[in-house]
Design a protein around this ligand. Structure first.
Ligand code: ATP
Ligand code: MG
Length: 596
């Protein structure tokens, strides 16, 4: 058992990290009375394992400190967003944080009544949608955000700018070179109000004008060089339809959405650290009643052999390099779920990697370890042979059957036992036999002996081949005296093999998954992530499995002995025709292969 596994009898200790320390300090000093976090995905793709880290942090803090976490769709960019993504996000979070629902707002069905657009904060704060309410939407605040923008204009803190996007970029300068003021910067408040009204009314085409905050074109922080806060987009929005043709930009919408929802701790990834002065500037200039939300940053998750950008994941889906967002090889939450990864293993992983201020690379083996540890405790042990070769026990009559008791899960005595039947013909794994094996090969060889798990020791007497030299069958002798309870039960051999009875076994489709990428850093600079796609990431086989695997309960977890953890694919399995997906192997075969 690993060091960080919970000690039996003790509750898992609550995690600690620098953000939780800040939260504790704010509570202790009375700066906040109730912690309120949020998770704000943009519905432009499915959630991935990096989002899972943020979900476990934001919802986990709410749970730990008896606070609340809002699920908010950060849906201010209509061009790339879609309700398909909204629905998948809700489903994925529900699965991931199953059981923490008391501390979540916005996880109800999407159509069960979203929180309504409010007239500024009072309407939103204190409105606690019941467990059935759908997620919050930044787009529900468009009216409020617009009113805030008008207020900034009135205060002389925002102006309508007619520079083209290219000119705007050129005027912005660079980190080592100050920008230049836009020639439209000194428009009067009246003119700005009029133009902004006409922008909203749809008088101008996309890109013709923007609304910009008036801050400082010479600021060393480029995000403060009169950032755009509204742009024109004549595009229907998945949530607000045709109501708007101007849309707020992220920095403007985010801090104000946090404010409207009464968020106390707005936790985001490190690349937003440079946006924090803008976050605070907007809230301060609007002279909003306090308390104001505060932004905190942590290091995003980077995982080896994985791409994490939604744009790249979308490309994998669109280019048919995977079967969909929920392809079990994908690092998406829905892919992990379909692969049979328990939600608890993802939460354990998130807790184990911790929360820091420094960007690093997490080895995907850490995730695989958490998955194995979880499945080891719950998976039923079964016998299956992926690449069968026939073995004939010549000293058994054709209809002779010997029954043996097999333990379902040594980690869980309550899971009981079942009967496996030894018959004259059985299958073993092709690579468990070698005619001329290397030293220290403890599996079957001509003249050699192995134990068939749960049954008895067998000896290989003869290898029967076809004209082309391919092995047709292995002719062996079973020593029934070596079975449990037999007179020679204590006899030891070095190799124990998994096997199935040939007549009892059933053929089922099995999908073996490997990492989607062959390189540790598929997103490294100068590399097209497509160039290191693993051509062997999916192998489909027809395996022979014991009858107890022929008709599994949906959601069952199995350990195919010596082969790994499997479960029936929830999409492609049919009653009586399961399709088994390997969730993970038993040991880190990748590290071994890489070392060769
Ligand atoms: P992408 O760049 O892939 O599109 P994103 O960060 O824009 O991802 P969002 O939907 O905006 O995706 O993310 C929602 C939340 O999840 C944000 O608060 C973001 O900081 C967090 N998040 C995204 N990726 C990671 C990651 N790899 N590790 C931790 N948190 C992440
Ligand atoms: Mg984002």
């Amino acid at each position: 058992m690993s060091e960080s596994a919970p000690t039996p009898g003790n509750a898992t200790p609550e995690p600690t990290d620098f953000i939780r320390d800040l939260v504790s300090a704010d509570l202790a000093a009375g700066r906040v009375t109730q912690i309120h976090t949020r998770f704000p995905p943009e519905p432009n793709g499915y959630l991935h394992i990096g989002h899972a880290k943020s979900i476990c942090l934001n919802f986990g803090i709410a749970r730990q400190f008896d606070g609340i976490c809002n699920l908010r769709m950060d849906d201010t960019n209509p061009a790339k967003e879609d309700v398909e993504y909204v629905d998948s996000i809700i489903a994925d979070i529900r699965w991931l944080i199953d059981g923490w629902a008391d501390h979540c707002l916005g996880l109800g069905p999407r159509d069960a009544g979203s929180p309504e657009p409010g007239s500024l904060r009072s309407a939103v704060v204190g409105r606690t949608p019941g467990p059935d309410a759908g997620p919050f939407h930044a787009s529900n605040y468009f009216e409020d955000l617009h009113a805030f923008a008008v207020r900034l204009i009135e205060k002389g803190k925002a102006y309508v700018c007619d520079l083209t996007p290219e000119e705007t970029d050129a005027y912005r300068g660079a980190p080592d070179r100050p920008g230049r003021n836009s020639p439209y910067r000194d428009r009067s408040v009246a003119e700005n109000l009029d133009l902004f009204r006409r922008m909203r009314a749809g008088e101008f085409p996309d890109g013709a004008r923007t609304l910009r905050a008036k801050i400082d074109m010479a600021s060393p922080n480029v995000w403060l060089r009169d950032p755009l806060i509204y742009r024109i987009r004549h595009t229907a929005h998945h949530h607000t339809g045709d109501a708007w043709c101007i849309y707020p930009l992220y920095d403007f919408a985010h801090c104000l959405s946090d404010y409207l929802e009464g968020i106390t701790h707005s936790i985001c990834t490190l690349e937003f650290e440079v946006h924090r002065p803008l976050y605070d500037w907007i809230l301060t200039q609007l002279e909003l009643p306090r308390p104001l939300p505060h932004q905190f940053e942590f290091a995003r998750l980077n995982l080896s052999y994985t791409v994490m950008s939604k744009r790249k994941l979308l490309a994998l889906v669109n280019e048919n390099r995977v079967t969909g967002w929920d392809d079990p090889r994908m690092p998406t939450v829905s892919g992990l779920r379909r692969r049979g990864v328990p939600a608890r293993a993802v939460r354990t992983f998130a807790q184990r990697i911790g929360v820091t201020k420094y960007n690093g690379l997490t080895d995907v083996a850490v995730l695989e370890h958490a998955i194995r540890e979880d499945l080891n405790a719950i998976a039923l042990r079964r016998l299956a042979v992926l690449r069968p070769i026939r073995l004939v026990l010549t000293n058994l009559a054709p209809d002779e059957v010997h029954s043996f008791e097999a333990i379902n899960n040594p980690e869980d005595p309550a899971s009981g036992t079942r009967t496996v039947r030894l018959t004259r013909e059985v299958y073993i794994e092709e690579d468990d036999f070698m005619e001329t094996p290397p030293p220290k090969y403890f599996r079957l060889r001509p003249g050699g002996e192995v134990r068939l798990k749960y049954a008895c020791i067998i000896r290989c007497d003869e290898v029967v081949k076809d004209a082309a030299g391919r092995i047709l069958e292995l002719r062996c002798t079973a020593d029934l005296d070596t079975r449990t309870g037999g007179p020679n039960a204590a006899k030891k051999v070095k190799g124990t093999l998994h096997w199935v009875s040939a007549p009892d076994s059933v053929g089922v489709e099995v999908r073996l998954l490997d990492r989607l990428f062959t390189e540790e850093l598929p997103e490294a600079e100068g590399r097209d992530f497509r160039s290191c796609l693993n051509p062997k990431s999916l192998e489909v086989l027809t395996a022979r499995v014991e009858p107890a695997l022929a008709n599994p309960e949906p959601g069952s977890r199995f350990q195919f002995e010596r082969l790994g953890y499997f479960w029936p694919d929830p999409v492609d399995s049919r009653p009586g025709h399961p399709v088994y997906v390997r969730t993970t192997g038993l040991k880190d075969t990748w590290a071994k292969a890489a070392a060769k």
